[in-house]
Design a protein around this ligand. Structure first.
Ligand code: AMP
Length: 298
C-alpha cells in the first residue's frame, strides 16, 4: 500500500481487493465518514483528464469521501481493440487524484481482480435491446464486459453513489438499467460531458489523434448540434438531418461514420421524428481512432 501526502489530504493507493476491503472497513469506522456518510465512487480506466476530474468534483461536493478506481478492464475490449496500447499514466493520475482530494484509489492488477481469468468469470449480461445497437453493434461483448467489471467494482467499493459521464451515454444507460434490475443498493449519478474549447469531448483516446485528425475531430460535436437545430427547427425531417450530417462527416478524408442516430433517452430506441427529450449519438473512426459523442436535447 502506497500513501501520497500533501498538507491536508492523503490519497491511499490500494492495489488488491483485500487491501481495499481493509481500507473500506477502516473508513466505515471513522467518524468523519462513518457508516451513514456517503461514499462517492468514480470508476475509470485511468489516463485521467478534466472529464474524469469533473466526476470527482461532483462526487466530492455530494459525499463525505471519494474513491476512484483505475483499471483497464480486458473484458470490455475486443480482440482487435486497443487494450494493450490503451494509455497508462499512473504517476500523473495519482497526482491529479491527490490534488482533487480523493481519499483512495483502487488500482488492482488484472490477475488480482479476475483471479482464475476473464474466460472463467461470471458475466453480467445487460438486455439485448440496450446493447445490440449503437456502440454494442460495433463492439460485440463490450457492454457485458462493462456491466461485469462495474458490478465487481461495486461489490468491492460498496459506494453510496457512483458517478458516470454522459459522454459514454449508452454505458450510463446500461448501468442505470443494471442497477435498477439487480436492485443494487446505490445511486447512479450522470455528469455532463466536458469538452475542449473547440467542442471536442475530452477522451483518453484523443492522444492517439494525428494533428490532422485532431483538427477534424470537432466536426463530431458540430454534427450533433446541426442535427438538433435542423430537425427541431423544421428545416429538415429528422431522417434528412441525420443523412445530411452523416454525409458531411463522411466526406472528411480518412473519416468513417459508424452510426449517427437520434434515440429515446431511456430505452435508446431509434426515433423517426425529432422531439424533446432525445439523445443524438455518433461514433466515427478517424483513421484507427474511434471517437464517440452525443448531445442530450432536453
Ligand atoms: P473511462 O476512463 O474512459 O472509462 O471513463 C471513466 C468515466 O469518465 C466514465 O464514466 C466516462 O463517461 C467519464 N468521462 C470520460 N470522458 C468524459 C468527459 N469528457 N466528460 C465527462 N465524463 C467523462
Amino acid at each position: 500500500m502506497l500513501t501520497m501526502r500533501s498538507s491536508s489530504v492523503a490519497t491511499e493507493v490500494l492495489s488488491t481487493v483485500e487491501e481495499f476491503r481493509g481500507w473500506r472497513r477502516r473508513l466505515g469506522a471513522t467518524t468523519d465518514a462513518g457508516p451513514k456518510a456517503l461514499l462517492g465512487f468514480v470508476p475509470t480506466m485511468g489516463a485521467l483528464h478534466e472529464g474524469h476530474l469533473s466526476l470527482v468534483e461532483q462526487a466530492a461536493s455530494q459525499c463525505a469521501a471519494v474513491v476512484v478506481s483505475i483499471f483497464v478492464n480486458p473484458l470490455q475490449f475486443g480482440p482487435n481493440e486497443d487494450f494493450q496500447k490503451y494509455p497508462r499514466t499512473m504517476e500523473s493520475d495519482l497526482k491529479l487524484c491527490q490534488e482533487a482530494g480523493v481519499k483512495a484509489i483502487f488500482a488492482p492488477s488484472v490477475q488480482d481482480f479476475y483471479g482464475a481469468g476473464t474466460d472463467s468469470t461470471t458475466i453480467v449480461s445487460p438486455p439485448k435491446a440496450l446493447v445490440d445497437r449503437l456502440c454494442g453493434s460495433f463492439r460485440p461483448g463490450h457492454f457485458d464486459g462493462v456491466a461485469t467489471v462495474v458490478t465487481k467494482l461495486f461489490g468491492v467499493v460498496e459506494p453510496s453513489r457512483a458517478y458516470f459521464g454522459e459522454k459514454d451515454y449508452q454505458q450510463l444507460t446500461v448501468i442505470r438499467h443494471m442497477v435498477h434490475d439487480l436492485n443494487l443498493p446505490l445511486e447512479i449519478v450522470g455528469c455532463p460531458t466536458i469538452r475542449e474549447k473547440d467542442g471536442l469531448a475530452r477522451s483518453s483516446r484523443n492522444v492517439y489523434l494525428t494533428a490532422e485528425q485532431r483538427a477534424q475531430a470537432p466536426s463530431l460535436h458540430k454534427t450533433l448540434t446541426d442535427v438538433r437545430d435542423r430537425s427541431l427547427s423544421g428545416a429538415m425531417s429528422l431522417h434528412d438531418a441525420l443523412a445530411a450530417a452523416k454525409q458531411e462527416i463522411s466526406s472528411l478524408p480518412g473519416v468513417v461514420v459508424q452510426y449517427l442516430e437520434a434515440c429515446d433517452t431511456d430505452t435508446l430506441e431509434p426515433l423517426t421524428q425529432a422531439r424533446k427529450p432525445m439523445v443524438i449519438l455518433v461514433a466515427a473512426k478517424f483513421g484507427d481512432v474511434r471517437l464517440i459523442d452525443n448531445l442530450i436535447v432536453q
